[in-house]
Write a protein that binds this ligand. Structure first.
Ligand SMILES: Nc1ncnc2c1ncn2[C@@H]1O[C@H](COP(=O)(O)OP(=O)(O)OP(=O)(O)O)[C@@H](O)[C@H]1O
Length: 523
């Protein structure tokens, strides 16, 4: 085969264009080789990196004229060969008449049965950092000479830059894949922690689950309504898991727990330096939920300013980071939840009407536990399993005779969460004996139900309005719904009946005929 002689400048220019032509090392090398073979007797290019920690040469890419591939071919080096490689700090080129005889190249080219071929080794360094080595294999029966060395040595710098970039790109891709993998794993863990199973789906929550199945495949917003602890997050999770977005993120935002001053940066993120303390760029919850579902819990707690910004996201499907220079599109499904009476908040000007109608496209009301006491036994079993697992108990305790009956008759103002706490308490005090639930007494004055240190912590976290609402409801239940009179709730609470009515209206507690509707019944 005859080779076309070439001007050095032309060789440099054409080879550089090709080695920079792709971020995939093997493709870039193949393009380069296809050009080179017209001018030098080469048959194969390989790129090798060196792992100093373990003294291994890894061949990461290989190209012939017809075939190229990314690979991870590892060759351990002898101690002497390691010393030789590790002394290498500058670019240089080495010619070998027979590659098999070289201390470093010999064991590597054995993988390609190329010991008898002549070779050129191009060590690449940038700013005194050794990047790797390109090996050029000769065509069978040909030997490289000084003219080839001169031509190849021109390519030191472009090869070093291009291959260093390709290695970085490869590393980034690897990190991205690892992150995606971590993300999938964590999402799965979260799903398990959140308790994927909706207990009562076939009984007390049957209608709720029918609605869930209807709306899940669509992208419409869903508004979950129900008392605190009733299972709104569990239902939100079920919607996400039954939707096309199930492999995307499910991001919960507790709107009542984020201080007003941090709301924007929490929800929408910020750019680096947007304000004092913004040391790095941070993605907000909306951006994190991209491709998945955002669950806005306690949406009724949002300030009016935050409501305006939320409305903008709902309308434009875009967010703007604090200190950002432009909008960022987000592909999200919104599920909002509240235990509040939003209609009443509308009437009082505490919730925006436009936002309300945007969120209220598909409302689902989750009934309180006292209206679906048929779910209590299954929930108790579910929580026993869950808590025993968390507490690393090897066996599941039995339930003491009569205890389940007591649980079913209790009114559960704190709903499933209160039941979950009761199970946890019972497991702690039982020490392996059957669970007696002695602190749950349906006949005791309602306020006594779940008081104690734990409930006090719960109450503190709930806010004054909720605690007041809960207390009033319990006293009302105890007084058979009566407000006035010697046995009325106002007397027990030591306030004037009209003050009590006013407060009940404010807290959304029905009275009079409304209180007789089953949803509100407390007994
Ligand atoms: N149907 C159910 N099946 C299984 N677990 C449930 C069910 N309902 C509630 N739970 C459990 O009860 C606890 C409270 O439920 P969740 O957090 O969903 O209530 P919530 O209505 O969102 O409360 P809040 O209004 O206070 O945010 C959680 O630990 C949840 O896993």
């Amino acid at each position: 085969m005859s080779f076309v002689s070439i001007d050095e400048n032309e060789f440099f220019r054409e080879s550089t264009l090709r080695i920079c032509g792709s971020l995939d090392i093997e493709k870039a090398m193949q393009r380069c080789l296809r050009f080179m073979v017209r001018h030098i007797p080469a048959s194969r290019l390989c790129f090798h990196i060196y792992d100093r920690e373990i003294g291994i040469v890894e061949t990461v890419a290989m190209a012939t004229v017809d075939h190229c591939e990314a690979m991870s071919l590892q060759t351990p080096l002898s101690a002497e060969a390691r010393r030789q490689v590790e002394a290498q700090r500058a670019s240089r080129i080495k010619r070998m008449d027979r590659m098999g005889d070289d201390l470093v190249a010999g064991p590597v080219v054995r993988h390609f049965a190329a010991e008898d071929l002549s070779g050129l080794l191009l060590d690449l360094a940038l700013e005194r950092n050794f990047i790797g080595t390109v090996s050029v294999f000769s065509a069978p029966g040909r030997r490289f000479n000084q003219d080839h060395v001169r031509l190849l040595s021109l390519l030191n710098m472009p090869f070093a830059i291009a291959l260093a970039n390709s290695l970085r790109y490869r590393e980034l891709r690897k990190l991205r894949d690892m992150l995606a993998d971590d993300n999938r794993y964590l999402q799965e863990e979260l799903r398990q922690m959140a308790g994927e199973e909706v207990v009562g789906a076939g009984f007390g929550l049957r209608e709720v689950m029918e609605m869930v199945r209807q709306v899940a495949p669509l992208d419409s917003p869903v508004l979950l309504l129900g008392e605190t602890g009733v299972g709104k997050e569990v239902v939100a999770n079920a919607i996400h898991n039954l939707s096309q977005r199930r492999n995307g993120p499910f991001i919960r935002v507790n709107c009542g727990a984020i201080p007003g001053t941090l709301m924007d940066s929490e929800l929408f993120g910020h750019e680096k330096g947007a304000f004092t303390g913004a040391l790095t760029r941070k993605r907000g919850r909306f951006e994190r939920a991209d491709g998945g579902t955002i669950f806005l819990d306690e949406v009724g707690e949002l300030s009016l300013e935050a409501q305006v910004r939320l409305l903008r996201v709902l309308q434009a499907r875009e967010i703007e980071r604090v200190g950002g220079s432009g909008p960022v599109r987000v592909d999200i499904r919104i599920i909002a939840a509240t235990h509040r009476n939003l209609e009443q908040m509308l009437a009082e000007g505490r919730f925006r009407e436009d936002l309300y109608f945007r969120l209220r496209v598909f409302p689902i009301a989750i009934p309180p536990l006292r209206q679906r006491s048929e779910d209590i036994p299954a929930l108790v079993q579910h929580f026993i399993r869950k808590k025993a697992r968390e507490m690393k108990r090897s066996s599941l305790p039995a339930i003491a005779p009569g205890a389940l009956n007591r649980l079913v008759r209790y009114s559960w103002p704190g709903n499933a969460r209160e039941l979950e706490n009761a199970v946890e308490r019972a497991l702690i005090v039982s020490r392996g004996a059957p669970l007696a639930f002695k602190d749950i007494d349906p006949a005791a004055p309602a306020v006594a139900g779940s008081y104690g240190p734990r409930a006090a912590v719960d109450n503190a976290a709930q806010g004054l309005d909720q605690v007041m609402e809960r207390h009033i409801r319990r006293v009302l239940a105890e007084c058979g719904g009566r407000i006035e009179g010697p046995a009325g709730a106002a007397r027990v609470l030591r306030i004037h009946p009209s003050t009590l009515r006013k407060r009940m209206r404010k807290l959304g507690i029905p009275f009079g005929r409304k209180a007789d509707q089953p949803h509100q019944s407390l007994s």
